[in-house]
Design a protein around this ligand. Structure first.
Ligand code: MN3
Length: 221
């Protein structure tokens, strides 16, 4: 016979008592990615858009905790869309900010990612061929979404993937190494409708050191 689990106070079962998700600071000044990404875009993108995902994620998790405490599965299921959208938004943007770095701090310099570039050259032939392929697939996303370079543990290889809306790359079974946000809020104030120009420019501020670190963590030890 199984021992009965100690009865927990209702408050202890609530997610709402867990630490709230918070907006991470940008690891550089809002203007530091210019001219690739303007200070105005970075300010609004971080302080407004990302912050809203965090606020709405916490609100959805509070409601989920209430529904769970009431054992209201229908309400729990109904909240999953909000958790997916806002949770994905928080996850994706938290990665995105660290995937970028000012040129003066090594942004755009792929020599900081020897393992990643080695795999890219093996799979795509060259870094330029990879960028061309990544940009073509990411530019073609219909509506809002993200382009990703991910690590596929099953095949020990890299994959380019695109995700709609704020779906996190974990939904594709890949570990995110580099994500590029192609929601219009990420580029429209500067690049208007020309998404391909934004995608060309963004490589000048890619933080390859961060991409390399993510690959090191993703690979089996
Ligand atoms: Mn965004």
């Amino acid at each position: 016979m199984l021992a009965r689990a100690p009865r927990m106070l209702p408050a202890m079962r609530r997610f709402s008592t867990a630490a709230k998700y918070t907006l991470p600071d940008l690891p550089y000044d809002v203007g530091a990615l210019e001219p690739a990404i303007s200070a105005e875009i970075m300010t609004i993108h971080h302080a407004k858009h990302h912050n809203t995902y965090v606020t709405n994620l916490n609100a959805a998790l509070d409601k989920y905790a209430d529904a769970e405490a009431k054992r209201d599965v229908a309400a729990m299921v109904a909240l999953q869309g909000a958790i997916k959208f806002n949770g994905g938004g928080h996850v994706n943007h938290s990665i995105f900010w660290t995937n970028l770095a000012p040129t003066a701090s090594g942004g755009g310099d792929a020599s900081h990612a020897p393992s990643v570039v080695g795999m890219i050259e093996k799979q795509w032939g060259s870094l330029d061929a990879f960028k061309t392929s990544f940009n073509a697939q990411t530019a073609a996303i219909q509506g809002s979404g993200w382009g990703w370079l991910g690590y596929d543990a099953a095949s020990s290889s890299l994959k380019v993937a695109t995700c709609a809306n704020q779906d996190p790359l974990s939904m594709c079974g890949l570990v995110p190494l580099l994500g590029i946000d192609v929601w219009e809020h990420a580029y429209y104030l500067q690049y208007k409708n020309v998404r391909p120009d934004y995608l060309k420019a963004v490589w000048s501020v890619v933080n390859w050191k961060n991409v390399e670190e993510r690959l090191a963590h993703a690979k089996p030890k």
